[in-house]
Design a protein around this ligand. Structure first.
Ligand code: ADP
Length: 463
């Protein structure tokens, strides 16, 4: 258990480290491409900006016309407002108007877009205008808005550090800072672009390494799961083998102990004079030897069944007749301790079966039905034949089998009651043989069970 947990924890740790390493690598790649795009588009926008010199005001012609006209109309209004709240509201309104007109009517975005396209670059971006100073000029100049970082009205120097500190990232590129000094207003603003295609471009550029990372992670996880499963399976098999050896020792010891005691009894003086006692003891020794022999044969058979596909000596037999024979002899053996009812009609079907193995199959199921029961066993045998198969259903009212055990009961050495192995004797081989015999006949066996309610084993064999 501890080894299993250590392997699991180490595996998860290694997996986490690997994912972190991959994330760091991808993030590094992401940053590099992001920076590259930023530098490329910054230099493109600066080139575009430089090529505008001389005709720069052209792209803001409409803006200037509309704003000057508007500013003229508000100069008087502003000087007449005395209430400070009203003045603040008016200033907000003016700022809003300037912002809207600037954003809507400028042609710089159009110009940049065409410039980018001509240079073979992507032309999708969002522009952003940040007003840093706005004054309405009249008899009394009134400042509508002034950014705390604003210094000089007559400066339009590109100042990259400022742009960076303003945006704090490479997602916005400062194209230029503008200032307009018109008849009725003075305005300073910065014009930024955000590259909307950046994310998808980076994804595209990184897709190969991203794909490879994910692929390698999947492969590593699969290898880990596969190895872990194998380890668990090995552990399970080794536990099964240990259980089997314990069970086998226990099974072999019982007849041996009886034989030893019987031997000692025969040595006793007073027994030797009583002929009937000698015969009884000899019979007991004989019976236990047969049982011992059966156990040893069973153990020997496992390795034989494992090495070779066992050969069936098939004969055409009337299934109903065979079933009657098996049930009769079983009933004779268990007359006192189990009630057995049979309800099968095979319509005289004759199937190719190996008589010895088929009898073993049914007997194993019947004796399990008796063995795994805590009250008086009630066993039903049903059977029918359709066009292709005969099916035999053996149900009991025993202790039942849990869902997780049902998956393994046909495995070699598997015992669902391994926690309490000596309560029900066995070697975990009965159902393994049942399965092998059924499949050797081209058929199958399945189980349906509820703990505490009983179990139903269904055997199908083609004919
Ligand atoms: P064994 O009986 O020697 O343990 P089997 O292969 O016959 O081995 O059965 C495997 C396990 O399946 C048993 O240990 C038992 O827990 C469970 N089992 C088999 N038949 C029944 C049944 N009819 N009712 C309840 N449990 C059963």
């Amino acid at each position: 258990m501890q080894k299993r947990n250590t392997v699991l924890i180490l595996g998860i740790l290694a997996f986490a480290i690997m994912i972190i390493a991959q994330v760091i690598i991808i993030r590094g790649g992401w940053k590099q491409i992001d920076e590259m795009l930023y530098l490329r588009y910054r230099s493109l926008s600066q080139d575009a900006n430089a090529s505008l010199r001389g005709s720069r005001s052209m792209v803001f012609d409409t803006v200037n016309y509309l704003l000057d006209y508007y500013a003229e109309s508000v100069v008087k209004e502003l000087s007449q407002i005395t209430d400070s709240q009203q003045l603040a509201n008016k200033k907000d309104e003016i700022f809003e108007y300037f912002s809207t007109v600037l954003n809507k009517e400028q042609d710089l975005s159009q110009y940049l877009s065409e410039y980018f396209k001509n240079q073979g670059a992507e032309d999708e971006f969002n522009h952003r205008i940040a007003i840093t100073n706005l004054e309405i000029l009249g008899a009394d100049t009134s400042v509508i808005y002034r950014d705390p970082s604003f210094r000089d009205r007559r400066s339009s120097r590109d100042f990259e550090g400022f742009a960076h500190s303003l945006t704090g990232s490479t997602s916005s590129i400062l194209v230029n800072r503008f200032w307009f000094d018109r008849n009725n207003y003075a305005l300073n603003f910065s014009y930024f672009i955000d590259l909307t295609f950046k994310r998808s471009t980076i994804f595209r550029e990184l897709s190969a390494s991203l794909g490879m990372s994910i692929f390698s992670i999947i492969i590593v996880v699969m290898i880990f799961l596969y190895t872990y499963r194998n380890l668990m399976e090995e552990k399970r098999l080794s536990n099964l083998k240990t259980d089997f050896i314990n069970n086998m020792t226990h099974e072999l010891k019982t007849p041996l102990a009886t034989i030893t005691v019987a031997g000692k009894t025969l040595e006793m003086e007073k027994i030797r004079t009583d002929e009937s006692k000698i015969i009884d003891t000899a019979k007991l020794i004989g019976k236990q030897s047969v049982h011992l022999n059966q156990l040893i044969n069973m153990i020997l058979e496992i390795s034989m069944w494992e090495r070779t596909e066992f050969e069936l000596d098939k004969k055409k037999v009337d299934i109903e007749e065979i079933m009657n024979d098996i049930v009769t002899s079983f009933r004779t053996g268990y007359r006192d301790c189990a009630s057995l009812t049979e309800k099968y009609t095979f319509n005289g079907v004759k199937a190719d079966v190996d008589l010895v193995y088929f009898t073993t199959l049914i007997n194993n199921l019947l004796s399990n039905a008796v063995k795994y029961s805590e009250k008086e066993p009630v066993i039903n045998i049903e059977g029918e034949a359709d066009n292709n198969n005969i099916s035999i259903k053996i149900s009991d009212n025993g202790i039942g089998i849990t869902k997780s055990d049902q998956k393994h009961v046909f495995d070699k050495f598997y015992r669902a009651t391994s926690g309490n192995i000596h309560k029900y004797k066995g070697l975990g081989l009965g159902l393994y043989y049942v399965k092998r015999i059924a499949t050797a006949h081209g058929g199958d066996v399945t189980v349906n069970s509820k703990p505490g309610k009983g179990s139903i084993f269904t055997v199908t064999i083609p004919y």
